[in-house]
Design a protein around this ligand. Structure first.
Ligand SMILES: Cc1ncc(C[n+]2csc(CCOP(=O)(O)OP(=O)(O)O)c2C)c(N)n1
Ligand SMILES: [Mg+2]
Length: 558
């Protein structure tokens, strides 16, 4: 067994686990680790200037790479700053190892500055949280943490690393990583029963969830959808390209409000959710989003999600890529010639309806393109038109993203990442992580102005590491979504036309100046006609660029 320090062992263990980047913000308890990094060539430390930004960078990296993301933060206050973005990582199922430096265990009893019992702070947001007590346990615990984060359903884990464990020296058995093979085939009888139900459905509808993109199962789902002629919707809070957006059966994302969902689901007799979320809403409603007659078939990697809120006729635990071919084969056996003919009719009808919808919305966007200030729809259309097909979009558009999934060619599973958890401030730093994971693809973050301010420190990280990301700020000088929603409440705000705490206009934030002060090239645009050229310039740049788009601030329904 090699003789080494805990800090060296920790770095060796990360490398064994295939880790390339250690995202972090250091303090005194991390100094043993930072000391160890001086001679480390296999791991790159990526410094972020606030823990929320650091966690979201690692989250974007882990989602886009499909690998373990590792973050190190500083004791209780550092972990506290990290929690909002850790919540987002949990909701997205991101395989993340968050570690925090902890005081020497012999010292902790005195309650030194910055000390707190760390695992209980992280526990609600992770699959597993623990403190490493002895150097002898380090390898076992780190390997267990990595295995747990990456085992389906994937998700974050937390380890507290006391300074004495990192400073200790001894003979260390580094062990080896374990990977839980993820391609679990769903129960054969349940798959047959699902095929039976779907083959007889008159109006099947598919919800494609993140598990499809994460498990690289586009082709398998396309085959099943085409066989059924079923329109495919992405989840209400879709954070991946779970179905190729240009496909004629793709009808966009579910709206996140119960009446709108009910309207879509009322068109169906059987809903087939493939790893799809049933159904996270943002507001309560007296109306149940699921019509009582709807039959649900649900295939998911996470047993917790199966039947969580709605009775599910057939619930299958399994990996989409491994299970959908079995379903396809079972459907092939059961679909009668008449059923196949009806499926083809449905496909053609959906193709026509979709083409009309895209053309109508594009016509509306083009008609708005001459308006000043720029309207959200005109901007989204212009961005989608200007982006090359290999572009990856990170979406934190909040109230201004209408049309995004209609116009964007997000056709491969890594072409789109969105905010799943709802804790804003994720998109700007996540764009950096996505770029680190996919260095050869253009990465464009579309970020609300309010959202950008939670983690604008990440601009410095982009400049420092010369990350060629393009950040488009959707600048309406407001928390527009909150204004829309409070106005819809028809209460005092709507009557008085006063919106307390929702305007960011006194003073207006100078995003160009902010970016430049942190080392990022930036320009402001005020005309839709300038979107394409600004994007072309930004995408050609060897470093990061920010485009501050002055947007129409209006929020009342017209
Ligand atoms: C961490 C966090 N704090 C506050 C909120 C509440 N919130 C939701 S949307 C929003 C405003 C977003 O503003 P912006 O990014 O400018 O988008 P816009 O609404 O203008 O489209 C706020 C404050 C939240 N979701 N997460
Ligand atoms: Mg805004």
């Amino acid at each position: 067994m090699p003789f080494m320090s805990g800090k060296r062992a920790f770095l060796e263990l990360l490398k064994q686990e295939g880790v390339e980047y250690l995202f972090g913000n250091p303090g005194t308890t991390e100094l043993p680790l930072m000391d160890g990094l001086v001679e480390e060539t296999g791991l790159r430390y990526i410094l972020g200037l606030q823990e929320a930004a650091v966690v979201a960078m690692a989250d974007g990296y882990a989602q886009a790479a499909g690998k373990l993301g590792v973050v190190n933060v500083h004791v209780a206050p550092g972990l506290g700053n990290a929690l909002g973005m850790l919540y987002d990582a949990q909701k997205a199922g991101t395989p993340l190892l968050v570690t925090a430096g902890q005081h020497d265990q012999a010292f902790s009893a005195t309650e030194p500055i910055l000390w707190a019992d760390l695992p209980p702070i992280a526990r609600p947001f992770v699959k597993w949280a623990a403190e490493v007590r002895r150097l002898d346990d380090l390898a076992r615990v780190v390997h267990r943490a990595a295995k747990t984060a990456l085992a389906p359903p994937t998700g974050p884990v937390f380890l507290s690393l006391p300074a004495d464990v990192l400073n200790a020296e001894g003979e260390v058995d580094l062990g080896a990583p374990t990977r839980v093979a993820a391609r679990v085939r769903g129960d054969r009888a349940a798959v047959e029963a699902a095929a039976e139900l779907l083959a007889r459905a008159d109006r099947p509808l598919i919800m494609a969830g993140d598990a499809v993109a994460q498990g690289d199962a586009h082709a398998e789902l396309v085959s099943v959808a085409e066989l059924l002629g079923a329109p495919v919707y992405a989840e209400g809070i879709a954070n991946t390209a779970s179905f190729p957006a240009s496909h004629p059966l793709f009808r966009g994302t579910f709206v996140r409000l119960a009446p709108a969902i009910r309207q879509v689901l009322s068109q169906a007799d059987v809903l087939f959710s493939v790893g799809g979320d049933l159904l996270t809403l943002s507001l309560p409603s007296d109306l149940d989003p699921v019509p009582p007659a709807l039959q649900i078939v649900h295939l998911d990697t996470d047993p917790w999600e199966l039947g969580k809120n709605y009775p599910t006729r057939i619930a299958i635990l399994g990996d989409p890529k491994a299970t959908l071919p079995d379903l396809e084969a079972a459907l092939e056996e059961r679909l009668t010639p008449a059923a196949r003919a009806r499926a083809r009719q449905r496909l053609e009808a959906t193709r026509t309806a979709k083409a009309r919808h895209v053309e109508d919305l594009a016509a509306k966007a083009r008609a708005e393109a001459h308006k000043s200030p720029i309207t959200p729809l005109a901007l989204i259309h212009a961005v989608a038109e200007a982006l090359p097909p290999e572009a990856v979009v990170v979406d934190e558009t909040i109230s201004s993203g209408g049309g995004l999934r209609t116009f964007l060619r997000s056709d491969d599973p890594k072409s789109f990442f969105g905010l799943r958890g709802g804790g804003i401030g994720w998109g700007l730093p996540a764009s950096l992580g996505v770029k680190l994971a996919l260095p050869h693809r253009p990465v464009v973050g579309l970020i609300g102005d309010g959202s950008a301010m939670y983690t604008c420190q990440a601009l410095w990280t982009a400049a420092h590491y010369r990350l060629a990301v393009t950040l488009v700020i959707l600048n309406n000088a407001s928390y527009r979504i909150l204004k829309q929603r409070i106005h819809a409440m028809k209460g005092l705000a709507a009557q008085a036309d006063r919106y307390v705490g929702m305007d960011l206009d006194d003073p207006r934030i100078d995003y160009v100046g902010l970016a430049q002060s942190l080392g990022v090239a930036a320009e402001r645009i005020e005309k839709t006609a300038d979107v394409a050229s600004a994007l072309t310039r930004a995408l050609a740049s060897a470093g990061p660029s920010l485009i501050d788009v002055i947007l129409d601030r209006s929020f009342k329904p017209s």
